[in-house]
Design a protein around this ligand. Sequence first.
Ligand code: BTN
Length: 241
Amino acid sequence: MAGENVISFSEIDSTNRFAVDNLDRLPSGTVVWALSQTKGYGRHKRVWHSSKGGLWFSIVFKPTLIREPNEYTKLASVAIVETLLQLDFKSVRIKWPNDVLVNGKKAAGILTEAVFAGSSLGAIVVGIGINVNNEMPDEIKQTGISLSTVKGNHISLESLLDRLLKRIEFLRKTYLIRGKSRYLTRRWKKHLAFGENDEITVSLREDERVTGIIKRITPSSLLIEQESGTVLEIKSGEVIL
Ligand code: BTN
């Protein structure tokens, strides 16, 4: 179960890196937690600022049943949103695919890595970064936010981690190990910052943007109908809200 085995560091390069490099000796459910990371990274290999005060951890899953990495990312995003709502945060939404926004700014990000042993899936490492009591660096002040700024007080990392792990375990048991992931998708969709039939703009690369109406949302793709009638399937990109 997630959280029975927690390995903690005061500083590390990256908890995801550590988990991936040490998989052989980490049982399923192991949590790797660090107070700060010197080389935290996010999706598309972007630098993830991980100074002291934030919650930076990774969970190792060695699933036998549901082996789809996306399911674990979805699990983590729903768990983060529901935990924050429980703690009385308002305006908590998921920005597709899996960023968690509070008051329209990014408070948490998730990076899921599938690790293969030969051609078979060996493990899924889910890295979660939450801005809690850490200062936001100047370059992300416009788009990122710390939970303590929203609340106006210091938040305990231990108790937040504990709540999150319990929520993750509850959702995993309720949906994934019972083969009911479509209900988890329903829960995930409910928390999305936008829905089917909304108009959105997605930036694909440096200067390529697509605007259109959302026809279908899945955890791994968005179907967008442009004004011309063309329907595009987008698998990765940044949604501009
Ligand atoms: C993103 O939004 O691009 C995902 C960010 C994920 C950051 C977390 S912090 C803990 C774990 N270790 C890392 O190096 N990255 C993830």
